[in-house]
Design a protein around this ligand. Structure first.
Ligand code: ARG
Length: 412
């Protein structure tokens, strides 16, 4: 009888290599490896096929999901304005649902009964993968070896690999836990576990040190249509091309480094350092365009929605009715978020250098300090009287209390 199949989220690193062997031993599964190309770079993808087969997988799917990640996940996130805890641009979190979705699709395609992943039992990623799988196909069994086996650490993993003749990738001795895709790179663990320490200079990969960035600012213009960026310096680009090009430019100017102690979903705080070069520029420019085009109440309300949207992404709650409902709101707000934002990039900084939009609500005649016919300053008097009525009443009560008190003191 043919063996049951398991789909394994496979990166080719030490952990997932060990998992291949462990799954065979423990469950006697046939292993179908799946690697999602989310823009982690050629060095990570090189030789994967051979490695997977040599390690014991029966086949491997290498799936390029970059366009889907940018268009259907990252851009909606940009439109929402989501930033987790004021800093984190959610680079790892946003990629997990789409990877999970593809794992489910392949599991269904090859008739697998289970999906396995190499996320540890302490992190957010296990939750994100598994929420996606549960939402899309709850019949699939989920196997998370890190929560099951006796291996406790990387060194246990290396030992297991040696014992079982699993080729140990040269990157086994890595000083950080790294996750990279086309939007960002994250570093955790190692010396970063001490929040009092700044990261080593040579850790960074996508951005230069702002101290070493060019002495001349660079001017760029990003064009937007309904909250989606579509051109750089008036040249039309696909979403993927745009992000890649912005990564290059921002990286050159040392833009997009983030160092933060964040609250994980499982309750503990952890320290992470991120590089999100292009993303930092896009988030900045989008906000700038919204300042220019959205009415006050929508903008303020949307800020609250952005906080919730960031939580949903961070918590892995992408495939939920709430996220879809929020998208309805967000998309409605983006109808007029079109135009061009000009920026200057300089040594880690982004400075706005110009805005243009056919939909702006900015009215020079309204804001000007010069005399004008549209606005009668006398109207402001009534506005202040009525809008300030609660303050006036409260103030009167306070005064009355004081007067009463003084009367009492005088009497005694
Ligand atoms: N702390 C970030 C997050 O939860 C980054 C996680 C990085 N994951 C990893 N497997 N290295 O989104």
């Amino acid at each position: 009888m043919a063996k049951e199949k398991v789909v394994l989220a496979y990166s080719g690193g030490l952990d997932t290599s060990v998992i291949v062997k462990w799954l065979q031993e423990k469950y006697d599964y046939e292993i179908v490896a799946v690697t999602a190309d989310v823009g982690q770079g050629d060095t990570e993808l090189e030789g994967l096929e051979e490695k997977a087969i040599r390690t014991g997988a029966s086949q491997i799917f290498i799936e390029d999901i970059r366009e889907e990640l940018v268009t259907d996940y990252i851009f909606p996130m940009v439109r929402s304005g989501a930033v987790y805890e004021g800093k984190y641009l959610l680079g790892t979190a946003i990629a997990r649902p789409v990877i999970g979705k593809r794992l489910v699709e392949i599991a269904e395609q090859v008739g697998a009964k289970a999906i396995a992943h190499g996320a540890t039992g302490k992190g957010n990623d296990q939750v994100r993968f598994e929420f996606a799988i549960k939402a899309l196909n709850p019949y699939l069994k989920i196997i998370a070896p890190w929560r099951e086996w006796d291996l406790q650490s990387r060194s246990d993993c290396i030992e297991y690999a040696r014992k079982n003749n699993i080729p140990i990738p040269v990157t086994a001795e890595k000083p950080y836990s790294i996750d990279r895709n086309l939007w960002h790179i994250s570093f955790e663990g190692g010396i970063l576990e001490d929040p009092a320490r700044e990261p080593d200079r040579d850790m960074f990969r996508l951005t230069c040190d702002p101290l070493d960035a060019p002495d001349d600012p660079e001017e760029i213009t990003i064009s937007w249509e309904k909250g989606n960026p579509y051109a750089l310096n008036d040249k039309k680009l696909t979403p993927l091309e745009l992000v890649m090009e912005l990564n290059r430019i921002a990286g050159k100017h040392g833009i997009g480094r983030i160092d933060l102690v964040e609250n994980r979903l499982l309750g503990m705080k952890s320290r992470g350092v991120y590089e999100t070069p292009g993303g930092t520029i896009l988030a900045f420019a989008h906000r700038e365009l919204e300042h220019y085009t959205l009415d006050r109440e929508t903008y303020h309300y949307k800020e609250a929605i952005a906080l919730k949207y960031a939580e949903l992404i961070y918590y892995g709650l992408w495939f939920t009715p709430l996220r879809e409902a929020l998208d309805g709101f967000i998309n409605a707000t983006q109808e007029t978020v079109s135009g061009r934002i000009k920026l200057k990039l300089y040594k880690g900084n982004i400075v706005v250098a110009g805005r243009e939009s056919p939909h702006t609500l900015y009215h020079q005649g309204m804001a000007t300090f010069e005399a004008d016919e549209l606005f009668d300053q006398k109207d402001a008097q009534g506005f202040i009287n009525l809008y300030g009525l609660p303050l006036t009443i409260k103030g009167l009560m306070k005064q009355k209390n004081i007067a009463d008190h003084q009367q009492e003191v005088a009497k005694s």
